[in-house]
Design a binder for this molecule. Sequence first.
Ligand SMILES: Cc1cc2nc3c(=O)[nH]c(=O)nc-3n(C[C@H](O)[C@H](O)[C@H](O)COP(=O)(O)OP(=O)(O)OC[C@H]3O[C@@H](n4cnc5c(N)ncnc54)[C@H](O)[C@@H]3O)c2cc1C
Length: 417
Amino acid sequence: MLKYDLIIIGGGPAGMMAGFIASQNKNNKILIIDRNKSFGRKLSLTGKGRCNITHNEMDFKKMIQYYNSEGGKFLFSGFSKFGVKETLNFFKKNGLDLKVERGNRYFPKEGDSQSVIDFFEKNLKKDNIDIFYSSKVTKLNVKNKKIINIELSDDRVVSASNYIIASGGKSYPITGSDGLIFDLIKKAGHNISDLTPALVPLKCKEEWIKKLSGLSLKNVSLKIKGSKKSIFGEMLFTHFGVSGPIVLNISNTVVKMISTKDVILCLDLKPALTLKALDLRLQRDFDKYANHDFKNSLNDLLPQNLIKEIIKLSGISFHKKVHQVTKEERLKLAKVIKNIEITISGHLGFETAIVTSGGIDLKEVDQKNMKSKILDNVYFCGEVLNIDGKTGGYNLQACWTTGFIAGSNFTNNVDKK
Ligand SMILES: Cc1cc2nc3c(=O)[nH]c(=O)nc-3n(C[C@H](O)[C@H](O)[C@H](O)COP(=O)(O)OP(=O)(O)OC[C@H]3O[C@@H](n4cnc5c(N)ncnc54)[C@H](O)[C@@H]3O)c2cc1C
């Protein structure tokens, strides 16, 4: 049986970072296993193929607000050791230049996601690292609170003194992270908090929205009906409902609510204007187009293909002239523009979710070193943990941080031998 100092399960961003760091100590004999025929299959899709590697937020106290609350608290100490600043330095020092773009998002300066994968693969081709591609971990054999060996789909059995589990979540299963390994981890003694799709497009009941599929709305805001908190940004109408950054970012909460009740989202098309300011703006536009058909008076304010639907929702007759619209009707119109209700009927599930909410119970992992509190020779990093972030590079940052800590902690242990 092949025996290593460390076996890393999963060659995604978290596993590759852990491998890079752990292999700095040449004495460490490391094996990285991935069920795909190459590393970073999911990473290749990130940032629409360009890899939004992290977010330009150096204050880790602010940074943690962009994660689920347990995840943010858990990452606090990790960010103080290896946060965004250290991540940027790491890539620069090792030869991958990054640049910041609109929305404070970092991307590779040249190339795309593949250049990030190439960067790691180049750095992981070392004498002290073995790689098993196309090999799936099918069993974790545990004895006396330790993994003693693991069984692979190709009938091999391999063993190590330590294991880093970086097998990802359950979303986008075609990339290899299908979540089946959670059953093995559970059998080994860990609790797994509920797994639900997060950052996932939402289905809606309103047919008119689906008919406007492809319409992208910028600078709008969205909130769950009854909630005070709204999020601002860009969204998209699709043939099944709604998507785009602000929908994805609100989806986690919606997915959890929808199993028990209908969820209604309120879309504000003009969040920068108060109702009063919007009414004044409508009055100015109505003065400008006083003798036109009412339906032609909103061209300056709203996207062309949305006007018909907004008028329908306002209940004002299409055939009125602008000067025939009453004050009450105008106020109703302003209210509609600031509060379009969208009835959410479902979501697109794990198949298309960008991340997984839930994972290894964080109470069972030491945040200082990513070590399991249940199994003596096991570490976790990346999305397999109950950590999920908003869009904008936060999820990959959690992988760099936890991967670095798991990998460097393992190195420290070996140094102490
Ligand atoms: C379309 C899309 C776009 C995204 N864009 C961004 C973005 O721009 N910025 C951002 O921050 N985040 C983005 N994300 C999220 C980000 O990609 C993930 O959070 C990240 O890849 C998680 O990394 P990981 O290493 O924990 O897991 P993964 O990347 O899922 O890697 C886990 C690896 O483990 C392997 N594995 C699993 N089970 C086994 C097993 N039993 N045996 C052997 N191997 C196994 C899998 O094959 C996989 O390669 C995006 C996700 C998607 C789907």
